[in-house]
Design a protein around this ligand. Structure first.
Ligand SMILES: CC(C)(COP(=O)(O)OP(=O)(O)OC[C@H]1O[C@@H](n2cnc3c(N)ncnc32)[C@H](O)[C@@H]1OP(=O)(O)O)[C@@H](O)C(=O)NCCC(=O)NCCS
Length: 170
């Protein structure tokens, strides 16, 4: 992957270096991350270590990309994660997800991270449609999608809002 870096966020793959398993386990136990994203039942450091160890294979098969959002130039200072899952591989449609640690929120980092991921996916990975599912009860998540260039495409049951960003035609 190319260097993905903005003024306040750099993206890198999850790694068995940098203490990432401990970091990920901490995130899986954050109440907001638990409430608004999908976390595994086993949220231990050991489970996180297994997940990080398998991450390269998931990326290599092209079906999912999960990237650590860090402070630029400080790869072990982790702010959060942004990633996507290819949900319709034949159509090149992917669903994005993101979270930050509480202390990293409120400074535009999630928006910057999602923008970096989105531009890379559209321009370099030939993803044709990216979408985010947020909840109206979690307005910051929807705001991040909107600020990263996604349009509100519709609302589903349970307050779920769907945000879409398409690759430009041509
Ligand atoms: C969602 C999350 C990533 C947002 O992080 P963040 O650091 O607040 O994101 P940013 O600072 O990049 O942008 C948030 C935007 O939402 C806005 N916002 C925050 N709270 C809001 C609220 N209650 N109502 C409306 N907008 C709100 C902010 O003002 C900001 O917009 P601005 O830059 O125009 O001021 C973070 O809250 C989080 O990790 N939550 C738990 C996991 C989660 O919900 N993930 C998304 C699942 S779909």
């Amino acid at each position: 992957m190319p260097p993905l870096r903005g003024p306040n966020v750099a993206l890198r793959p999850w790694s068995t270096d940098f203490g990432d398993a401990v970091t990920l386990s901490r995130a899986w136990n954050d109440p907001d991350v638990v409430r608004w994203t999908t976390v595994p039942d086993d949220r231990s450091v050991e489970a996180a270590r297994r997940w990080v160890g398998a991450e390269g294979a998931r990326r290599d098969d092209g079906l999912a990309v999960d990237l650590v959002a860090t402070e630029p130039g400080e790869p072990d200072r982790v702010h959060g994660e942004v990633g996507f899952v290819l949900v319709k591989p034949d159509r090149r449609w992917a669903e994005v997800g993101y979270w930050l640690f509480p202390e990293a929120r409120g400074a535009g980092r999630a928006t910057e991270a999602l923008r970096l991921l989105t531009e890379w996916a559209i321009h370099d990975l030939a993803i044709r449609r990216l979408f985010a599912r947020t909840n109206a009860a979690n307005p910051a998540a929807g705001a991040v999608a909107r600020l990263a260039g996604y349009d509100l495409a519709g609302a589903l049951d349970g307050g779920v809002e769907v945000w879409v960003r398409d690759r430009p035609a041509g």
